[in-house]
Each structure stands twice: as C-alpha cells, then as structure tokens.
Design a protein around this ligand. Structure first.
Ligand SMILES: *Cc1c(COP(=O)(O)O)cnc(C)c1O
Length: 463
C-alpha cells in the first residue's frame, strides 16, 4: 500500500474526527456564509505527484476552496428550487459513502431491499397506489428522461414495434404535448432521439401556467387517434402552477396517450392540506418525476421515478451480461435493468434516514413552513416600493420584478446586487415576456427571521 494511504488508514479515527469538525463548523457557519457569491478566476494547478495525505488535503481545501462555496445548503439560498440536507439526510449520505454499496443486483447485499423500502415509503408519502413502481435516479431531469423513455417504448407498443430493439426509426415522428414544460423535458426529448421540436406547446389558461384543458383536448383530437405523450406539469418553476391532473387523465377515455407528470417539487403539495387536492390525481399518471434533493432536503443527487409499466421499463434498460449473473425475469427486477446507470450509489439511504428520522409529520412541517414563509415574503414585497409581484404566491415561490422598467439588463443587475449583498440568493426568469425574479422556498432551515433579512436585502437592492 502507498505509505500515505497506509498512514491515513492507520489514523482513520482522528482524521475523520477532523473532517467531522470541519463539517459541523461549516453547517453552523451557514448563517454567516454569503448565500451566494460570484466565482473568482483561479490559476490552474498541476496534478499532485506524491499526494499530501488526507489532513493536508483538508487544509488545502480549507485554504483554497471552502471560502468560495455558496450557502446553498442554508436558509436564504432561494435560487432555482434548492433544498438543503436535514441532519438525518446528511448522515445517510455520509454512510452511503462509508458503506459504498452498489445496489445493482440482488445477490450480495441487503442494500437493494433498503432502496425498495425507501421507494415504498415515498409511494405512501405521495399517496400513490401499488401499481406504481419506483427507482432512485440522480435528479428530476433523469427522472423525466426515464419516464419519457418508457413512454417512447409504449408508443412503439401501440404501433406494434419495439423501439428498444428496432430503434427510433421504426416509430417515426413523435409528438409530446405539454403546457408549460420544464426545460429538462426538451433536454430529455433531445437525448431520447425524439427531438426538441417534438415537444409542442399547448395553450395555457389566461394569466396562468396551467394548460388549457379544452386546448389540450383539441390538440389530442387533431392527432386523429395517433398515440402521443402528454407531459402534465405539477408545480411550474415560476409560479408553482398545476395542470388539472384529473381532467387530463379523464381525456384518456377519448384519446390514446401516455401521461407523464413532472411533479419535481409540486408533488410535495400532498403534504400541505390546503394544497393536497392539486396532486390528488397524481396516481393516474403512467410515469411520475419527483425530485428529492429539492423539497425532501436530502443532499444532491437524488430523485425518484415512478411508473406503472415496469415491463416496458425493463425492455428499455435491460442490461444482460453473463458476468453480472442477474436474471432479468425475476418478480423484482434488479435495478441494473431499470435505469440508465449500471453501477450506482445507494442514494436511497439519505432518503431512508430522513424519512426514518422525521417521518411524514416532520417533512410536512418543512413544506408547510416554506409555504407560509413564501406567503410572508410575498406580502412584504407588496409593501416594498420599487418592487412589484407578478403572480399570486400559489405555494413556495414568489415571482416579482422591478416596478420601473424591468428590462433584462436592469433585472440581471438587480439580481447581481442582491447576490453580492450575501444576504440572499434569487434567480432571474421571464414570465409572460417580462423579466422577473424568483424566490423559491424549499430549505428546511428557513425561518421568519430569514424572511425579514431577505425582504430587507431585496428592498435595499432596488435601483
Ligand atoms: C428542478 C426541476 C427539474 C429538473 O430537476 P434537476 O434535479 O435539476 O434535474 C425538472 N422539472 C421541474 C418542474 C423542476 O422544478
């Protein structure tokens, strides 16, 4: 063994204790760390020839890098839709690396069964029936990719061909209909060979980001019985609007389509009684995308993917190889046959820990508090001269802009000024052609005091 490696092994206890102290200090420091900061240019350094050992590597990280990291795990990072890591979620993630399991095949470890348990807990959390089978993937984008890959195989089944064997050419052009699809749906269409132009935008309800059901009905009728994919959106990123999932599912009685629901963070409406009705029909979907590193507050990278057609999923992701010794026809297929990855980390462990530690109630409290805090920030923005709210605060996102001349340049400059305050991080967007700002609440640590600090920083930055 390399002597430095041997020394680190011999000193594992004190070394990991040092890392633990660093981690705890970083977590306690989140209140003081800038929510975000502009990256500075750095000069490139050469690959270390000899290596310095873990303690020196930690010292080098502390000296060179840690100060430049954002407070994205903290309470006032309101950009994108960003979760932190609950204490138990973090512990699960630490142990994921410690045990370093590869829950691919079920012949060597209980790890795949732990993943199945975590999936079943999530199915209950979101009120899905037994027909939905799930698997962990790296994030909502990959969950959308897997869902649409199964949809693509289903389209082939409707036309009597197997895309997984014969390729996309056997299928011909594909249509994906959606109201306000997330950008990752276009990425998925590109990756899956459907093409970004396969995604056709269906009209939205006036002043909303929810699809107009009559327009969707008409778009489906125009297909004259040709099966298509419908992507319904449960929680849009700008205004957290929801398509009417029950009404879309009801259209299946008259038109053939695969219903994929992108509920990346909107699925968590199930944990807020006033909002739960928005996702009551989620179970009617054929495939569902739910992110976990957002509102479940487990570390990156984690999402779950549900679908009703495991048989089609297995056809797409089947990975037969003698050396893997995994019979694909088992009642519970091995994970190697269900997702793009073969080897994969036991990312289910962080979710398992957080659900075991805090349960439905604990996670519902996070969701309900975030929703309440978003409403509170919305009210403060209404009372702030120079800012104008652009949409109702439907759930956990406040979408607003500069009251005067919200051009791209002025809004981008405003967002940079806010970032450089260090108090809060928000991200720009465009809503109905207007440059705007989003503040999205999904971190478990955020409090009323944070909202006060955020509101003050947003007001100070008005030009
Ligand atoms: C965040 C998000 C995604 C993509 O999620 P990643 O975790 O970044 O891959 C997809 N759809 C919606 C609605 C989202 O909010």
């Amino acid at each position: 063994m390399h002597p430095t490696l041997a020394a680190d092994l011999a000193n594992l206890d004190p070394l990991l204790e040092q890392v633990r102290r660093h981690a705890v200090a970083a977590l306690h420091g989140l209140d003081d760390r800038a929510a975000a900061q502009a990256p500075v240019a750095r000069s490139a350094s050469a690959l270390p020839q000899h290596g310095a050992g873990l303690a020196a590597a930690l010292a080098r990280f502390e000296a060179d890098w840690q100060a430049g990291f954002s407070g994205s795990a903290g309470p006032r990072y309101l950009g994108f839709v960003t979760g932190g890591a609950t204490p138990a979620g973090l512990a699960g993630d630490w142990l994921t690396g410690s045990y370093d399991q590869n829950p691919t095949a079920g012949i060597d470890s209980a790890a795949p069964d732990l993943e199945r348990e975590a999936v079943r807990w999530l199915r209950e959390l979101f009120g899905l029936g037994d027909d939905h089978r799930g698997v962990f993937v790296t994030g909502a984008t990959m969950s959308n990719v897997v869902g649409l890959a199964i949809a693509r195989e289903w389209l082939g089944e409707q036309r009597g061909v197997r895309i997984s064997d014969d390729g996309l050419a056997a299928l011909g052009p594909v249509t994906v209909l959606s109201g306000a699809a997330h950008s990752s749906i276009y990425k998925a269409a590109s990756l899956l060979g459907l093409g970004r132009s396969a995604v056709r935008t269906v009209a939205l309800l006036p002043g909303r980001e929810a699809v107009d059901i009559a327009a969707l009905d008409a778009a489906l009728a125009a297909q004259r019985g040709t099966p298509v994919i419908v992507v319904a959106n449960a929680g849009t990123v700008n205004t957290v609007d929801f398509d009417d999932l029950a009404a879309i599912a009801a259209l299946k009685a008259r038109h053939p389509f695969w219903l994929h629901v992108d509920a990346a963070f909107g699925a968590f409406a199930a944990l807020s009684p006033p909002h739960a009705g928005l996702v009551a029909a989620l179970d009617a979907a054929d495939s569902i995308c739910i992110d976990l590193h957002k509102w479940l507050n487990v570390p990156y990278d984690s999402a779950v993917q549900f679908s009703r057609r495991r048989d089609l999923q297995q056809r797409v992701f089947q990975n037969a190889a003698a050396y893997l010794n995994v019979p694909a026809a088992a009642a519970e297929p091995d994970f190697v046959h269900l997702t793009p990855e073969n080897s994969r980390r036991l990312r289910a462990l962080a979710t398992w820990f957080s659900l075991a530690a805090y349960g439905r109630d604990g996670h519902a409290e996070i969701v309900q508090r975030n929703i309440r805090l978003a409403a509170s920030l919305g009210a403060r923005i209404d009372a702030t001269p120079g800012l104008r709210r652009l949409a109702p605060v439907r759930m956990n996102v406040v979408c607003f802009t500069l009251a005067e001349a919200p051009s791209e340049a002025r809004v981008q400059a405003y967002v940079r000024t806010v970032r450089d305050s260090g108090d809060v991080f928000v991200t720009p967007t465009v809503l109905d052609g207007i440059w705007a700002v989003r503040a999205a609440f999904s971190n478990w640590r955020t409090t009323d005091a944070d909202v006060e600090r955020v509101a003050a920083a947003l007001a100070r930055a008005v030009p």
